[in-house]
Write a protein that binds this ligand. Structure first.
Ligand code: ADP
Ligand code: ZN
Length: 708
């Protein structure tokens, strides 16, 4: 078996042009009958690694998957691509199970998804013995390790697979596995010689932003109103908060529901279902939400509270943008959260490790360097360049001399006998008239009100910076009161200067970056995207399946950009395989053509329109020229204008595909602006007629925008 066949299958069934680098290596290793451990981030494309071998090799692939809900989704997705797949788990009736078994024995299934309970059950081994298995794929393989967070006892019994089927390659796949878990997986599956494939954990399509927690709700509302129709998840810690936030969003006319473990399972699955099928765009949830869902078009994820460690944070933001389309993540950060978390973790097992992990995410949230660098280094990877897609990269911090400011805070702290926490220190600095301040006589100290020029939010940030530079400490064992350090004393007594980050640069992050106004072309693309989305939703509803299984957001985005109107152009769109083409190609082309003709700004009765009417009646260019007493070259230029404006004209009837490609290359290389036809004419030594060049230039303009 070779990769070329695999590549063909990728195009035919999934509509993708090429493998991602690691996918190709893994598939080759399966073809060589080798076992492998695959570590790829969520959305990295793990499924393709076993699905393509399953389809192209003789026999059937057994996929072990721990989540029943996910299984159904995956099987549906495969069937939508014309692949014979089925699943076996406890949700099926016995007659349904028998049907699947019959299909299996009859060789009518290429991929069979099974639950852990099923695969270790007594009856399953004889069934596996009577079929031709080409591959075992163990999805979510970290479930095998009691170190991991999703431990499944049945997974530890999977060692029998390799013993019973030594010649069948086995693939263990996961998105989370530290070294210990990795070793555990190989040991328990008895695949000691497995190749190990570790993909980069960088999810470049996810933007990373951390914002101060003050006025979270207002920010969230603004963010959502800027992106109507987008799907998103807001994570928060307490059940009460999920309900409160959902309520606030609803009060702002935003469709959102709370989701937490305290709700009935019926209601929970209702909400999950609505979210998956795009009937409900936003869910406010405790971390329990999102585990068993594969929805690829989650466009943003927010953390209302600080997550307890970087692993959870990364896993949760990873639920955004699995389709590779740019997606946003926002973490709201406050010191109050850190302290609450500390108290919580302190009371549980393994407190020391957990507190150390909390410290790392706190450092991440307070970072003044590229956040992605910090994240990746946490997972043992280094990023060469700053990412350009995090808030720090987008708004690099600006410094100022903060010595006097720090002295005010430190001096107040000393006068308060190092016996207050952050909130009280800020109140005193700002001269608050709060009862407790007055009762404790803090309004009498010399620095009372000395920092009134800055808001409480700014002070919070300054004090965080002072904590980070080691001027103060928090005494966690003394009710979180602040203590001044030796370094703090040096600053206080004026023996050293201190640089602080200007709050205005933080504030700029808060005010969403002013976006460049959209071009006409982009606006048209956006509008078409919405039109296509509506169509997709209609189709999804009629088939009772999630919209992203009909076509992904990535596919719709490309369609809205390239506006395919011929079968050939449609097949070029990533994600349009043969089955999707057959099912949806025409419907989507019809809608695009209709959209374009409505948007066409040709005046009625314009000369191009008259040409077009003839053309649509089936006349050739020469016939139209004759009928209109015009030159053929003029008719061609009419057609070029029409095409450029988005009319459905199949250019391949005038320019062959190979010739078209050559001309297109020449256009792309040309540096002149506007494009000169004569230069291209000469480039080909006058061997290609003008009208073909003219048509390809309009092709270029329509599909690549750019030069005029
Ligand atoms: P994972 O299981 O690793 O989270 P998936 O297998 O669900 O990731 O893949 C994530 C998305 O990327 C899916 O929409 C999938 O169809 C798409 N994808 C996978 N491989 C390719 C590829 N070679 N080219 C384009 N898209 C791909
Ligand atoms: Zn960055």
């Amino acid at each position: 078996m070779n990769l070329e066949i695999a590549q063909q299958a990728l195009k035919q069934y999934f509509g993708y042009d090429s493998f991602r680098p690691m996918q190709a290596e893994i598939i080759q290793s399966v073809f060589n009958k080798k076992d492998a451990l695959v570590l790829m981030p969520t959305g990295g494309g793990k499924s393709i690694c076993f699905q393509i071998p399953a389809i192209t090799m003789k026999g059937v692939c057994i996929v072990l998957s721990p989540l029943i809900a996910l299984m159904k989704d995956q099987v549906e997705g495969l069937r939508a691509n014309g692949i014979d797949a089925a699943f076996l788990n406890s949700s099926l009736s016995s007659s349904e199970q028998r049907r699947v078994e019959d299909d299996l024995l009859g060789g009518r299934i290429k991929l069979l998804y099974v639950s852990p309970e099923k695969i270790v059950s007594g009856g399953f081994l004889p069934l596996m013995r009577s079929i031709d298995i080409n591959l075992f794929a163990i999805d979510e393989a970290h479930c095998i390790s009691s170190w991991g967070h999703d431990f499944r006892p049945e997974y530890t019994r999977l060692g029998f697979l390799k013993k019973q089927f030594p010649d069948v390659p086995l693939l263990a796949l996961t998105a989370t596995a530290d070294k210990v878990t990795r070793r555990d997986i190989c040991k328990q599956l008895a695949i000691s010689d497995a190749g190990v494939f570790i993909d980069s954990f960088n999810r470049a399509n996810l933007s990373l932003t951390v914002l101060p927690a003050q006025k979270r709700i207002e920010h969230i509302v603004r963010f959502i109103k800027d992106r109507p129709n987008q799907s998103g998840i807001i994570y928060c810690l307490s059940r009460k908060n999920t309900e409160k936030i959902a309520q606030r969003l609803k009060a702002n006319n935003i469709k959102a529901e709370a989701y937490h473990a305290g709700m009935g399972s019926n209601q929970r699955s209702k909400i999950q279902e609505a979210f998956i099928t795009d009937a409900l765009p936003i869910v406010v949830a405790t971390i329990a939400f999102g585990m068993g869902i594969d929805k690829s078009n989650v466009r943003w994820v927010m953390h209302y509270n600080l997550p307890k460690n970087i692993e959870s944070y990364y896993q949760e933001i990873g639920r955004a943008g699995r389709d590779g389309v740019p997606s946003d993540t926002i973490l709201f950060y406050s010191y109050a959260d850190v302290m609450m978390m500390r108290d919580m973790l302190n009371q549980g097992d393994n407190a020391e490790v957990k507190l150390a992990k909390l410290e790392r995410i706190k450092q991440y949230a307070e970072a003044l360097i590229c956040r992605r660098k910090i994240l990746l280094s946490y997972f043992g990877e280094t990023l060469e360049k700053d990412c350009g897609n995090c808030d720090v990269c987008k708004n690099p911090p600006q410094h100022f001399d903060g010595t006097v400011l720090a002295q005010k805070a430190l001096s107040a702290l000393v006068r308060l006998k190092e016996g207050v926490g952050i909130t009280m220190l800020i109140d005193v600095l700002r001269g608050s008239g709060r009862a407790e301040v007055l009762r404790r006589g803090f309004d009498k100290i010399k620095t009372y009100g000395a920092g009134a020029a800055h808001s409480a939010a700014d002070w919070q940030q300054f004090i965080i910076q002072m904590l980070n530079t080691g001027l103060m400490d928090i005494a966690y064992d003394e009710n979180n009161v602040l203590k001044i350090t030796e370094e703090g004393k040096i600053i206080l007594f004026g023996n050293k200067k201190l640089q602080l980050v200007k709050m205005s640069s933080v504030r700029e992050r808060l005010a969403e970056r002013k976006k460049k106004p959209k071009t006409k072309r982009q606006k048209l693309g956006d509008e078409l995207f919405e039109t296509l989305r509506d169509l997709r939703l209609k189709i999804a509803r009629s088939k009772d399946m999630p919209a992203y299984l009909v076509l992904t957001d990535a596919t719709l985005t490309e369609m809205a950009q390239k506006k395919p109107v011929t079968p050939e152009e449609m097949r070029d769109i990533s994600g349009i395989g043969e089955k999707k083409m057959e099912l949806y190609g025409q419907i989507f082309m019809d809608v695009i053509i209709d959209f374009l003709s409505k948007k066409s700004n040709l005046a009625k009765g314009s000369t191009q329109k008259i040409t077009y009417n003839y053309f649509k009646q089936g006349l050739t260019v020469d016939e139209i020229a004759a009928a209109r007493e015009l030159k053929s070259s003029t008719i061609y230029s009419h057609l070029a204008v029409l095409y450029e404006q988005g009319e459905a004209i199949d250019l391949t009837q005038f320019v062959s595909k190979t010739e078209g490609k050559q001309i297109l290359e020449a256009i792309k290389q040309q540096e002149e602006d506007p494009i000169k036809l004569s230069t291209i004419f000469e480039h080909f030594n006058e061997a290609i007629p003008y009208h073909k060049i003219r048509l390809m230039v309009s092709y270029y303009k329509r599909h690549f925008g750019g030069k005029n």
